[in-house]
Design a protein around this ligand. Structure first.
Ligand SMILES: NC(=O)c1ccc[n+]([C@@H]2O[C@H](COP(=O)([O-])OP(=O)(O)OC[C@H]3O[C@@H](n4cnc5c(N)ncnc54)[C@H](OP(=O)(O)O)[C@@H]3O)[C@@H](O)[C@H]2O)c1
Length: 257
């Protein structure tokens, strides 16, 4: 699809991939709207990218999504692309007796229910556009579990499954459904792993390179985009899934005992 002169909503646009999407899509001549929870980070991003439009909105809050929909479609009726990027990743020891039942599922609310609700809310609007697209950001960890972040992996596998179903259901519409299966990247999301046993950041990519690959994928209608090592993870998950899991199980092994 043409990636110029679109109106694009990106959830979580204040750092990492979301910031890169905003910056690169603005440079291509699109109108770009970003969200995030932290107003100071939105203000900072607006300083760095003066053309970007910002809305404070928490993707895990259904009422905030309804309000966001009203505000965005009123101010930007040409909206035709939704990028579900906002996400959180935590390290969790499932044997920790202090974990409470509300808190344990927080990543599901953000990473899985967030995109599902956003799409449900924006779908009728996107269907009115001549060309439209939805891009969901999953992860190589949708393909191989990452035991130290058990809920995160579950959300990304779930989002991948949902994305495939969505693509089938929308196949006769104007809306193309893309998935970015992102490999590990040097973003704030990964800071917590820096000094963890078994973690090696040398294979991490820079987020700008991953987003360049994603944009190329959108432009060439590649519906599943696997930048860099994500391709290797895809192959390993098929031909050697036990080996792949043994490798990811090394990270944070001490914390999981
Ligand atoms: N980094 C990696 O290695 C990697 C690999 C594969 C996939 N991914 C995926 O890529 C996406 C972006 O991650 P990143 O690495 O760029 O992380 P990041 O640098 O931490 O950025 C996350 C962005 O999402 C926003 N956000 C978080 N929770 C939100 C919520 N509930 N509502 C609205 N916005 C929210 C954050 O702003 P606020 O905190 O202000 O809300 C921030 O703008 C995520 O879906 C992540 O799972 C990352």
């Amino acid at each position: 699809m043409e990636l110029t002169q679109n109106t694009i909503l990106i959830t979580g646009g204040t750092s990492g991939f979301g910031y890169q999407f905003a910056s690169q899509l603005l440079a291509l001549g699109n109108t770009v709207i970003i969200t995030g929870r932290d107003q100071s980070k939105l203000d900072q991003t607006k300083k760095q990218l003066p053309q970007v439009h910002t809305f404070q909105s928490d993707v895990s809050d259904p009422n905030a999504i309804i309000q966001l929909y009203k505000n965005v479609t009123q101010q930007f009726p040409e909206l035709n692309i939704l990028i579900n990027n906002a996400g959180e990743m935590r390290t969790i020891n499932l044997q920790d007796p202090t974990i409470d039942l509300q808190n344990i599922t927080r990543e599901i609310e953000i990473n899985l229910m967030g995109p599902i609700r956003m799409i449900q809310q924006f779908l009728p609007h996107l269907k009115t556009k001549k060309t439209a697209a939805i891009l969901n950001v999953t992860s190589g960890l949708a393909l191989v579990p990452f035991p130290i972040s058990p809920i995160y992996g579950a959300t990304k596998s779930g989002l991948r499954s949902y994305t495939k179903s969505l693509r089938v259901q929308l196949k006769n519409t104007n809306i193309k459904v893309f998935e970015l299966v992102a490999p590990g990247a040097n973003t704030l999301l990964n800071d917590k792993f820096e000094n963890m046993d078994g973690f090696d950041s040398k294979n991490n990519m820079e987020p700008d390179k991953i987003v360049q690959a994603a944009i190329k994928g959108l432009e060439t209608n590649k519906l599943e985009i696997y930048p860099g090592i994500a391709n290797v993870i895809k192959i390993m998950s098929r031909i050697a899934p036990k080996f792949a899991l043994s490798q990811t199980s090394k990270v944070g092994a001490k914390m999981m005992q």
